[in-house]
Design a protein. Structure first.
Length: 844
């Protein structure tokens, strides 16, 4: 039986597509890309306008064979890969592999897997857009040029053997730069200690916040002492009306940010979850930068809104245009066609396929998928609803103005001068409150009921308004007008807080910054965030802040009390923290290849790819521009290297970064900080055997301040991380590193191949110094309970009849005692391998 074959990317779509289109249609999947560049940089013919050579993906060959059979039996083939650059390129590759005519083979696109969308797509086919294909090919070539040209430079000057694969990337490196520059801002802005003062004046104990931050204890205590006899007066701002516009429908970027902030789901996992929701027919395509919704969907949503909430909750375009104050979020702009973006022009925002489907069955999806759908559904529904209108005001209570001058702090500390004169305006306590006049889109999530507090404050506010005075006929309002304006505090608290404390980036914030700076596209945001973590440049981690001793104040009645507390500032969870490897890599790239990784240059590349997709630029011209820039910078690096070598020779004894061979930071005469096979390590070069130096590598702490390291601010002991393998570094003996370790038989010291048992008494391992074990190191002839530790099961001990080898594994019930008689070497100082051989020969 003949059939029409529809080829999609994901097999999860096939059953639904076949069920919607009915008999006469078969659906098969390519499982993504079926071809790739043949051999990295060698696959690009630079002299022939950068023409690439592709090969079939090895792991896709079985699927290619299945597709070939299906194509041979089909009466017609329709390509239905995703509607983005990668999808367009996949359709083109399918034509190339199976000999399908590019100009005649039907190409369909749909953004939701519904019967209506699929039948409409089949009824309105197009053909492959070669401009978009060329834009994708150009992107691939650019990525290869940057990656394959610059990554070897990193291997040469940083580390070739890193298991995580050091690399530079056209968009990856600018993304890393965002994290790096944020860290620089954190280092430059440690924050400033200030006092946050809160007054409680009302029966409802509403927190009125002082609009001024005092900066030291003298100022703070003086202010509070003055508050005791100060006549606090109540006033208020005029009543104001605020219109809150509905949210914008989700794009890929804004969904990733919302999912990370609200659901604590990473961008990568968000895309994976949305892929499942899309393939299951619940939402539209999830890779889009469009904020538009189709007129058909808006019509159905309006019907749902009217039925559920009422007609007045439906968004009216004219009302939004008239009242909106933020141009970039007006519905008018969101709904109108902003021009032909060939990559996304037919896309909608991410939305449910059916707005009436408020809940999905738990057995069909995971809890995270259900939460993600609920987030998308709520956002979409809210975006189609009328603005919310609020009324509100700010209640104001006066406060004393205190001159700010040099003063003496606790324990005689002199506090710095903040200001020599009084503030221009006296400080005041404020409490802002608002209440909905019309809930609009806010009704979906619900509005908090604060009517009791609002009405309480409003009575005093209205009592002073001309409107109430004109209507002052009731005895209650008239009584309020005759009431004095004074108000008495119940309690005032002043607590130390930190001002201008910069935070680390979350994954959501990084996505937002990438979008703002034109780094990547919706389809690449999550992979870029993931890539810099995969390379070990950045880590999602808990940030330990700093603990400071603080003096808080509390004024109740005329009694002022002080409370000394330890308070943590700057603690953060699940934030992106740049690692030492990331810092060294980025600083090297910015020093030598900065023009390639400037945000403007990256944005220029993305804009150029858009021009190629529109047919306004030849794809290979952009590749040529990029290669020329790379070659110029690479040649400059070679010149810099020669100049650097002479400088390094002159500054050999200084703590500085050396790039003559590999990037390294000198710690002392024998130790250098480098990037090793598994990441940062300490390279230890010691004079050892007669044939030359002995080089060892020690693991280092992760929380290293790289600026402090460059300035020589760390000792070896501070850098080396302690574990069962390295032990506690004690220092040097006989030009060898000495480590205190804890083995099966207790503590021992190890230097070179020598191991000797020691007693550390009541001290902890970190408290032991090399002086504590000096007698063991210097007196090798003195008899000890243990002479040497050979391995975890074997040691040399001193017994009643002399020294012997003690051998016992975990599975042995009794130990074995091996005589040393006949051993020809000095068993106290010989190479441990000789003792191991002797033990193997003698043990039962």
């Amino acid at each position: 039986m003949s059939y029409t074959l529809i080829i999609v990317e994901s097999p999860a779509k096939c059953n639904k597509i076949e069920s919607y289109l009915g008999e006469g249609y078969k659906c098969a999947a390519s499982f993504g890309h079926i071809r790739e560049l043949a051999d990295g940089l060698n696959a690009i013919d630079i002299q022939n306008n950068f023409q690439p050579t592709f090969k079939e993906c090895e792991d896709k060959k079985p699927q290619i064979a299945k597709l070939r059979k299906l194509i041979d039996s089909a009466k017609e083939v329709i390509l239905a890969s995703d509607d983005d650059r990668e999808g367009e390129a996949i359709a083109w590759h399918l034509c190339q592999v199976f000999g399908l005519p590019v100009s005649k083979t039907k190409r369909i696109v749909f953004h939701e897997i519904t019967e209506t969308a699929l039948k409409n797509a089949v009824a309105n086919p197009t053909t492959i857009n070669m401009n978009i294909v060329n834009a994708q090919i150009s992107r691939q070539v650019l990525d290869v040029l940057v990656g394959y040209k610059l990554s070897p430079v990193l291997w040469k000057y940083v580390s070739r053997n890193s298991k995580k694969g050091l690399s530079a990337g056209r968009c990856q490196t600018p993304a890393l730069r965002l994290v790096y520059e944020n860290q620089k801002e954190i280092d430059a802005s440690p924050g400033k200690k200030v006092y946050t003062t809160t007054g409680y004046f009302t029966a409802h104990t509403l927190p009125f916040t002082l609009n001024y931050n005092h900066t030291n204890e003298i100022e703070m205590s003086t202010f509070l002492e003055a508050s005791v006899n100060f006549d606090h007066s109540y006033s208020c701002s005029p009543l104001r009306t605020t219109i809150k516009q509905p949210p914008t429908p989700f794009t890929t970027s804004t969904l990733q940010q919302a999912a990370n902030n609200e659901l604590r789901i990473s961008p990568k996992e968000t895309m994976k979850i949305c892929q499942t929701l899309y393939e299951s027919g619940y939402i539209t395509y999830m890779r889009t930068d469009s904020t538009t919704l189709s007129e058909d969907f808006i019509g159905k949503t309006n019907t749902y809104i009217e039925k559920t909430y009422g007609r007045e909750y439906i968004f009216v375009k004219e009302e939004k245009e008239k009242k909106s104050t933020k141009k970039k979020t007006t519905k008018k702009e969101l709904k109108k066609d902003t021009g032909p973006d060939p990559d996304h022009c037919a896309h909608e925002a991410i939305r449910p396929t059916d707005i009436t489907m408020t809940n999905i069955k738990e057995e069909e999806l995971s809890p995270k998928e259900i939460k993600m759908y609920a987030l998308i559904h709520r956002n979409t529904l809210e975006s189609c609803m009328a603005p919310a209108t609020y009324k509100g005001f700010t209640a104001i209570i006066s406060a004393p103005a205190i001159p700010l001058a040099v003063g003496e702090g606790r324990h005689g500390a002199i506090l710095p001068r903040q200001q020599t004169q009084q503030m221009e305006l006296p400080p005041e306590y404020r409490y802002s409150i608002e209440q909905p006049i019309f809930q609009g889109w806010k009704i979906v999530a619900g509005v908090e009921d604060n009517s009791k507090e609002y009405n309480y404050l409003q009575v005093q506010a209205l009592a002073k308004s001309s409107q109430v005075q004109a209507l002052a006929k009731s005895s209650q309002v008239q009584a309020l007008l005759n009431t004095k304006n004074s108000i008495t505090y119940k309690k005032i608290t002043s607590k130390v807080s930190m001002k201008d404390l910069k935070s680390h980036l979350s994954e959501a914030k990084l996505v937002q910054l990438m979008e703002q700076n034109g780094i990547g596209r919706p389809s690449t945001f999550s992979s870029l965030v993931d890539k810099i973590q995969e390379r070990g440049y950045v880590k999602v981690d808990t940030v330990k802040g700093k603990t400071l001793k603080c003096i808080d104040f509390e004024l109740e009645g005329d009694e002022l009390s002080e409370l000394e507390v330890d308070r943590d500032f700057g603690n953060e969870k699940n934030k992106l923290v740049i690692q030492p490897t990331g810092i060294l890599i980025l600083e090297f790239l910015l020093q030598h290849f900065d023009p390639l990784f400037m945000y403007d240059y990256t944005k220029h590349m993305e804009d150029s790819l858009d021009l190629i997709a529109k047919g306004d630029k030849q794809w290979y011209e952009l590749c040529r521009e990029c290669l020329e820039q790379i070659n110029i910078l690479t040649n400059e690096l070679k010149v810099d290297k020669k100049e650097q070598k002479s400088k390094d020779d002159a500054d050999a004894d200084k703590n500085k970064i050396n790039i003559t061979n590999k990037i390294s930071i000198k710690v002392d005469e024998h130790h250098t900080y480098i990037i090793g096979k598994h990441g940062p390590v300490l390279k230890c070069t010691m004079e050892g055997r007669a044939d030359g130096s002995v080089i060892t590598f020690k693991p280092v702490r992760e929380d290293i301040d790289m600026e402090k390291l460059k300035k020589g601010g760390y000792t070896v002991e501070e850098l080396v991380v302690e574990n069962k393998l390295t032990g506690h570094y004690l220092g040097l003996y006989d030009k060898k590193e000495v480590y205190l370790k804890n083995g099966k038989f207790g503590y021992y010291v190890e230097y070179g191949d020598v191991k000797k048992a020691v007693r550390i008494g009541l001290k902890t391992p970190t408290e032991v110094t090399i002086d504590d074990v000096a007698d063991v190191l210097f007196d090798s002839s003195s008899e000890k309970v243990f002479h040497r530790v050979i391995d975890e099961n074997t040691s040399i001990r001193n017994g009643k009849f002399g020294d012997y080898i003690f051998y016992k594994t975990k599975t042995m019930k009794k130990p074995q005692f091996i005589k040393l008689a006949g051993f020809k070497e000095d068993y106290k100082t010989c190479d441990v391998s000789s003792l191991i051989k002797w033990t193997l020969l003698k043990k039962v």
